[in-house]
Design a protein around this ligand. Structure first.
Ligand SMILES: Nc1ncnc2c1ncn2[C@@H]1O[C@H](COP(=O)(O)OP(=O)(O)OP(=O)(O)O)[C@@H](O)[C@H]1O
Length: 138
């Protein structure tokens, strides 16, 4: 009996090295979009990041301060995306309850929490003095 055609596990490899390089960006943006689309925390980070950037513009923070704000924003996103990767890998490996799966997911979530706390501290150090100066002027 003839077998139905098996779909390729991955998209067929692009031809040239340049096409592979460009396709790599496409895959990376797919990953970024997946995280924003499916992860509630990533969307909350995106809203807070936008507000922080607007506040930075309004308060005229320096270029170095902006650089720190972007480091904090990117750090939280990177942690959130790795957390998503771990969750997906754990769900593939252990769809049922497993105490080690629980620990792995909790540790990954802890890393996101840590990066969020760090960004709050950075935010206080950067925006605090500007907001204080603003209120003293009033
Ligand atoms: N397979 C499992 N075995 C044991 N405990 C699990 C398992 N899957 C999830 N858990 C527990 O449930 C918690 C939440 O897991 P879940 O995968 O729903 O993550 P989440 O934080 O809700 O994900 P999201 O970031 O998508 O909202 C984990 O931190 C872990 O304590």
């Amino acid at each position: 009996m003839s077998q139905p055609p098996v779909p390729p596990a991955f998209p067929p490899p692009p031809r040239s090295e340049w096409a592979k390089f460009i396709a790599g960006f496409g895959y990376a943006f797919n990953g970024l979009w997946y995280a924003l689309r499916t992860q509630r925390n990533a969307r909350v980070h995106a809203i807070i990041a936008t507000l922080a950037i607007i506040l930075g513009i309004v308060l005229h923070i320096s270029a170095l301060e902006f650089a720190m704000v972007f480091v904090a924003i990117t750090g939280v996103f990177i942690a959130e995306m790795f957390n998503t990767v771990f969750e997906l890998c754990i769900d593939i490996a252990t769809p049922e309850y497993h105490p080690l799966a629980k620990i792995a997911k909790d540790v990954a979530a802890g890393a996101v929490l840590l990066s969020a706390l760090l960004s709050i501290i950075i935010g206080i150090f950067i925006f605090g003095p500007h907001l204080l100066a603003l209120f003293q002027k009033m």
